[in-house]
Write a protein that binds this ligand. Structure first.
Ligand code: ATP
Ligand code: MG
Length: 123
């Protein structure tokens, strides 16, 4: 008998997330997130809205592993971004708003590079 794999209840779980960007000689430290709790249930669609400077990009960048958080926990598909970083990242897809196509690659080459990064078979 085949067992159905148990899927996580939540796609994303963020608890007590805080971020303060370090200051420099020119600018003081800046707190962008003061304790964010967020649950995105599996199978749902979620839109993150807020005024400029609210911390949306900071939150997304922490979830994507591009920005280091100051405090709190993030789980993606039930994988902790600190303790299961690789698994957490592999459970996440990010489509940036900026154009990220490499001008030196043809579309086919770009796809082939992605296959190799993701360890997928060529089809
Ligand atoms: N690298 C950084 N160093 C210092 N402060 C930063 C840095 N990145 C963002 N901030 C500050 O953190 C706060 C949150 O910025 P963030 O870019 O996350 O907001 P946002 O909601 O994405 O804004 P927008 O709608 O303009 O994209 C802002 O006050 C911003 O100036
Ligand atoms: Mg932003």
């Amino acid at each position: 008998m085949t067992q159905t794999p148990r899927l996580p209840v939540n796609a994303i779980e963020v608890r007590g997330l805080k971020k303060t960007y370090k200051g420099s000689r020119k600018s003081p430290p800046k707190t962008a997130l003061r304790g964010v709790d967020l649950t995105v249930p599996r199978g749902s669609m979620f839109g993150l809205l807020g005024p400029n400077g609210a911390g949306k990009s900071t939150l997304i960048n922490i979830i994507a592993g591009v920005v280091n958080k100051s405090e709190g926990t993030v789980r993606i598909w039930d994988r902790d971004i600190d303790h299961e970083a690789r698994d957490a990242r592999s459970a996440l897809g990010v489509v940036p708003q900026e154009i990220v196509a490499d001008v030196f690659f043809t579309p086919r080459e770009a796809l082939e590079a992605l296959y190799r990064l993701k360890n997928l078979a060529k089809t």
